[in-house]
Design a protein around this ligand. Structure first.
Ligand code: GAL
Length: 995
């Protein structure tokens, strides 16, 4: 049998891309406006629609995965002027490295000075044998499973890790504001810049921005960033990963600039139906002098028409911030935002000085009115809208929490395909790209705070979340906690009051909620302090609570917690396998069908959030070891659908008819025996046919509970038909598969972008001699890739201990997934899959050329010799052995090479001696290296361990490069400089040692 070669040549890729462009005005608009990666992206009116996978678009041959989307996945939609990616060029060390203990008083004195951090935070630390990594990076996902590690975190050892990165800043940037931003580090992190400790980030869900400007060095004087990530810390009871697992950025802004998160504009509908957009713009000024500027704000629609504009003047003192407030009022009707039609508008803010625009920011906003009515639930733009939501953790198979952008989008597209219209970001701030896509795809988002604590450090985390996300039209509520033991107490209520007040100060419009799991009826409870009651589970108490609080709106912040193993249709507790037929749920939860029935029947319950949309690593409830992943997902950890996918589609999807029937129809040996089937449709009627014969007919189909059927097994073709007015409007077919004959590879997209960070998931399945998906195949697939890399593997089995990295993965109930990235070239990515006894599969994925996002280039590491002691001015040439007396911290200057002043000499001769104790990096110690002074002023002698290494004879400042012989440290390096008759002398630039 020939290989199942489903090559997708580049030509085909481009053709299908063109077809999409032709058919989708919104997409065309998006491309024109910069979603391809250009500077400032504007939202497009029907942009979301262009991103959707048709709800019933599944592959032929019984593979229930969507057909590949044409072209490469679009890039994250939001860019910022002055922002460069800092994802590349990191060095990583797994494990902690203790800080050295200073040996004597002088060393102690110096060790606590700015710029003098020691150990791995020091400028000259030898990290040359650390591993080169690219962000996002989650080192826990590469760990083996360890029964001694934490069950909730998925039995993955986490620990502590170090990162270092060298950055060159163009001298042209001097005078600009330079920010270093990490979107998320798991879990506690300390950041150093050039040997100074600059930030503590004490939540893995919160980003941290560092003002690099005062620490920055330019040109050849490079900057070392060091990060210690402590992932021994737990903030949750699920898999949280380890390391710098979201993007890192370098952002430059003009001296007078719009601050990060400095634009707040959120349309508010007035009682008369008109809209106002109160816009507040925060400016920062890093100069000395007060500066004033004109701030102009305007709202433009997707066609680029300006709907309204206004301006105000702001004055900002030096090293201070100032605000401009502008209220905009669009004339006439504006297209509203909703999940079905996520129309975005562009709020453009420009800052002008002397008539010249010096900074600008474009923010996507949406006009939508969110009102929670205690009796009718959510009224979105005046229309009762049931929240059909899922709770979502952020990790994915193979990559842990370091989910590539394209996969982030694809996960959301799968949820959209499900008919879901809302996501609760459990239980902490998501990556910023997730919010940007939710705006565009059309999801209502419950944004959630992580730790329940109104103490200043933790309140700051909540405030950070609100500031970051308050412009997003998708965000409809802020959740301040999830299931807290203090929820039914006076203290809990007092805590929530403070968190709510903090939110309200920053966002007066959105309701504050808390996801309660008890205490609802206590005399004092947090329900009394929130705008919107969030019920986790306790569905039997909805009516009682509503009767007691008829004026308080409520929703199910969490429900279901039903169990299921994807592709399994009988439970086997011994093997930790649970049927996917929606029969089992946690004692506090209910099946998908029961849960939604309780919500759908009650208009006063605004909707619900299923626990969970996709499976996640960790929390393997109801089991523990050897189970390592969750059983709760509507989809498994790879995004492969469980039976719950069909159930939820039937319950939620109104835009297209669908039908679902499970299990598959491959049961050799069970001929004549009844097979228990679950069939469900959103159409009025349902019919099931076996080999052309009707075996079940349901005149009034139940779209919430579905129908359990027992159909005697006979191999062949089983069809479920959705019927409306006598017509078949949707169909799902299972054909009995024969033995597996070949592997097959099905990508999520027909092309990969030319940027090396683009990624896609590829489904691996087995097919029989007729090309039919074999749902029971469990073969081990061995993969080989060219033109890229496999960055993760999975198969959705919560009990599997196979590595998520590498090149081999077994199919689990017919399916496995490889996540691949292209290399830096433009050649195609070729993936081959082999399994013993099966014909191999080969997939060729073309690359789509497109401009790469601005990126800070990686720099080759070098050892900066930055700790010098400089003698006082001496009248005559000193002996090279001259050194300060023990305990004398003051007679000699301690100077870093970059900021060394070049002392002006008086008349006659003046001498200085510079002394440094160096420990050459291991490579230099072993083989010798090159010692380079970028600028040495005056005549000079350089001595190493008492021997002359070289001389500089001309007095003018000039570079000097000398060969440093091999030898381990500590080594004494001495530079004697002389200046004559008022000239300058000294180390006047960086000193580097390179292997
Ligand atoms: C809830 C909790 C979730 C998850 C779930 C499992 O109580 O909020 O994080 O643990 O239970 O059923």
């Amino acid at each position: 049998m020939p290989p199942a070669d489903n090559a997708l040549p580049r030509a085909a890729t481009l053709a299908s891309r063109r077809a999409l462009l032709k058919g989708a005005a919104g997409w065309a608009m998006a491309m024109r406006l910069g979603w391809g990666g250009s500077a400032m992206a504007l939202p497009s009116a029907n942009s979301g629609a262009a991103l959707l996978i048709a709800p019933t678009d599944m592959m032929p041959g019984g593979l229930r995965m969507p057909a590949p989307l044409p072209g490469a996945a679009p890039r994250p939609p939001v860019t910022e002027p002055g922002r460069q990616s800092l994802d590349q060029g990191w060095l990583f060390h797994e494990g902690d490295i203790p800080f050295p203990v200073p040996a004597d008083h002088n060393a102690t004195y110096l060790s606590v000075k700015a710029g003098n951090a020691g150990g791995p935070a020091a400028l000259d630390f030898d990290a040359s044998d650390w591993q080169a990594v690219t962000l996002p990076h989650d080192w826990a996902s590469a760990q083996g499973f360890d029964p001694a590690a934490n069950v909730s975190q998925g039995y993955r050892p986490r620990g502590i890790g170090w990162y270092r990165r060298l950055i060159r800043l163009d001298p042209a940037l001097e005078g600009q504001k330079i920010e270093l931003r990490f979107d998320g580090i798991a879990s506690h992190a300390t950041v150093w810049v050039n040997g100074s400790e600059v930030a503590h980030s004490w939540s893995g869900y919160t980003g941290v921005t560092i003002d690099l400007t005062p620490f920055a060095r330019y040109g050849d004087d490079l900057n070392w960033i060091a990060v210690r990530a402590d992932a021994t810390v737990r903030e949750g009871w699920w898999y949280e990963g380890a390391g710098i697992y979201r993007h890192a950025w370098l952002v430059t802004r003009p001296p007078l600039h719009i601050a990060e998160q400095g634009v707040h504009g959120h349309p508010v509908r007035q009682a008369d139906g008109t809209w106002t957009v109160p816009v507040s713009v925060t400016l920062g000024n890093i100069g000395d002098a007060p500066a004033s500027a004109v701030v102009r704000a305007m709202v433009r629609d997707a066609a680029g028409r300006t709907l309204c504009q206004g301006s105000a003047t702001a004055k900002v003192d030096g090293l201070d911030q100032g605000k401009a407030q502008i209220t905009l009022r669009p004339d006439g009707a504006v297209a509203p935002w909703s999940p079905d039609d996520p129309v975005l508008h562009d709020l453009l803010v420009e800052v002008k000085r002397d008539g010249v625009v010096i900074d600008r920011r474009s923010v996507a906003i949406g006009f939508r009115a969110v009102v929670f009515d205690p009796a009718r639930g959510l009224l979105l733009n005046g229309i009762a809208t049931k929240i059909k939501g899922v709770c979502l953790h952020q990790d994915h198979a193979g990559v842990g929490v370091a989910v590539p952008d394209a996969l982030v989008l694809w996960r959301l597209q799968r949820l959209k395909q499900l008919g879901c219209n809302a996501i609760r970001m459990t239980h902490g701030a998501c990556a910023p790209e997730v919010m940007d896509w939710c705006d565009r795809l059309g999801f209502l988002v419950m944004a959630e705070n992580r730790l329940f604590n109104p103490a200043p450090d933790y309140l700051a985390q909540l405030e950070w979340l609100v500031r970051r996300d308050r412009n997003h039209p998708c965000v409809f509520a802020w959740s301040v906690f999830n299931e807290e033991p203090m929820q039914g107490t006076h203290a809990g209520k007092e805590m929530v009051r403070r968190l709510r007040a903090a939110v309200r100060r920053l966002d007066p419009d959105r309701p504050v909620t808390a996801a309660m799991s008890g205490g609802f009826f206590n005399p004092e409870n947090v329900g009394q302090a929130v705008d919107l009651m969030g019920f986790n589970y306790y569905q039997g108490d909805y009516d009682r609570y509503h009767a007691l609080h008829p004026d308080q709106p409520m929703l199910s912040s969490e429900d279901t917690s039903a169990y299921g193993t994807r592709g399994a249709f009988a439970s086997d507790p011994q093997a930790h396998v649970i049927t996917a037929l929606d029969k089992e749920a946690a004692s506090w939860g209910a099946t998908h069908r029961q849960s939604w029935q309780a919500i759908a029947a009650r208009p006063f319950v605004a909707g619900g959030f299923v626990w969970t949309g996709l499976d996640y690593h960790g929390e393997p409830t109801p089991y523990a070891w050897p189970s390592v992943g969750s059983f709760f997902g509507i989809m498994d950890l790879c995004g492969f659908p469980k039976t719950a996918f069909g159930i939820r589609q039937a319950q939620w999807l109104d835009s297209a008819p669908m039908v679902w029937i499970d299990p598959h129809w491959t049961w050799p040996g069970r001929e004549g025996q009844p097979i228990e089937m679950l069939a469900i449709t959103n159409a009025p009627a349902l019919e099931v046919r076996l080999n052309g014969r009707t075996v079940a007919r349901i005149a009034q189909a139940d779209r919430i509970m579905g129908h359990t059927l027992h159909i005697p097994y006979a191999p062949g073709r089983l069809e479920a038909l959705a019927i409306d007015s006598g017509k078949v409007v949707a169909r799902m077919v299972h054909e009995t598969a024969g033995p597996a004959k070949a592997l097959r590879l099905t990508p999520t997209h027909t092309a990969l972008g030319s940027e090396s960070d683009d990624a896609m998931a590829i489904t691996i399945d087995a097919i029989d001699a007729h090309g039919r998906h074999v749902p029971v195949a469990q073969d081990m697939a061995h993969l080989a890739v060219q033109g890229g890399a496999i960055i993760g593997l999975g198969n959705g089995d919560p009990n599997s201990h196979e590595s998520e990295k590498g090149s081999a993965r077994s199919l689990f109930n017919g399916l496995a997934q490889a996540i691949v990235q292209g290399d830096a070239g433009l050649g195609p990515l070729v993936l081959e899959a082999r399994a013993p006894g099966l014909a191999p599969a080969r997939l060729v994925v073309g690359r789509e050329g497109r401009s790469a996002a601005p990126t800070v280039a990686a720099e080759a590491p070098r050892q900066r010799l930055n700790r010098w002691l400089r003698s006082p001015a001496l009248p005559a040439r000193p002996d090279p052995r001259l050194a300060p007396a023990a305990g004398d911290n003051n007679s000699w200057d301690s100077v870093g090479s970059s900021e060394v002043a070049t002392p002006a000499a008086g008349s006659g001769e003046q001498w200085h001696l510079y002394r440094a104790t160096i420990t050459p990096w291991r490579a230099v110690a072993a083989r010798g290296g090159s010692l380079r002074f970028a600028s040495l002023a005056g005549t000079a002698e350089v001595w190493l361990d008492g021997a002359l290494l070289g001389r500089k004879t001309s007095p003018a400042p000039a570079p000097l490069t000398l060969a440093l012989p091999a030898g381990a440290g500590p080594r004494e390096l001495v530079v004697i400089v002389a200046a004559r008759d008022g000239s300058v002398s000294g180390i006047a630039g960086p000193v580097d040692l390179t292997p």
